[in-house]
Design a binder for this molecule. Sequence first.
Ligand code: C2E
Ligand code: CA
Ligand code: CA
Ligand code: CA
Length: 275
Amino acid sequence: AKAEARGSFRFFEPEMDARLQARRLLERDLREAVTAESFELHYQPIYDLNAERVCGFEALLRWNHPERGRISPAEFIPLAEELGLIIPLGEWVMRRACQEASRWPDGLKVAVNVSAVQFTSARLIGAVRDALAVSGLPGRRLELEITESVLVANPGTTTAMLHSLKGLGARVSMDDFGTGYSSLSYLRSFPFDKIKIDQSFVRDLGQADDSGFIVRAVIGLGASLGMTTTAEGVETEAQLARLRGEGCDEVQGYLFSRPVPSSEIPGLLRRWNGE
Ligand code: C2E
Ligand code: CA
Ligand code: CA
Ligand code: CA
């Protein structure tokens, strides 16, 4: 058995090396990319079902790797968090999103994702204040999306931070709602302006035994707490019809548009808002 174990060890070793090597290369490239700011933001429209028009865009980070092509944020954001790079990267996102949004027609909002590491950093407030000041974007046109996992870690600090952000005029949204551990009633203790219903609940709307009751409960709770509800990942007319019927306020998904580069925003607004 000993010989076998040693054999398998020798067998796996080069493979482990290759994976470690690949990770080190990705680390190196990510560090360089952060320094060189070689990222781009794409924007996905958020459609207001009451006003029947696009009311804003969510900024989504894109990294075009020189050899590997486009790498998903789901892959490089956790790495950036681990390496402490999410702070400079997140600040770049904040500045760029505010700057680009300041050129959109007035009233359109920009939603920016804030990672848990950023949210618990003492630098966040200053970074948001600077991004608003430099771009001239009014705070009321900025939304900050924070995932549920942040709440559970430290409820007291979370509430204080949310109030500070709102003090700058920004709105705060609970992202990916329903995927974490917090209960519906837990949400009441935090001053969120918006709940984003995770796409996993939207996906199976209209199918047998669907999660419609969850979607209904979240929309009902949002309404009673005075929070806007936004459904993510809307891909079909059937899902849209269900969400309308339940009184959802806003929708976002491939049915309307994929995230697009900034240059495509004017065309998109002409199409949806006639402006
Ligand atoms: P998220 O914040 O939940 O963003 C929504 C994701 O769903 C985006 O993926 C978007 O492209 C995708 N999506 C939109 N509509 C649909 C649809 O109809 N169907 C499906 N299947 N997907 C749809 P993306 O751009 O790959 O981003 C993945 C995640 O990476 C984001 O999830 C967010 O957690 C994170 N992320 C992206 N940009 C940033 C950023 O600037 N900062 C931070 N901290 N995180 C970011
Ligand atoms: Ca988001
Ligand atoms: Ca989300
Ligand atoms: Ca997500």
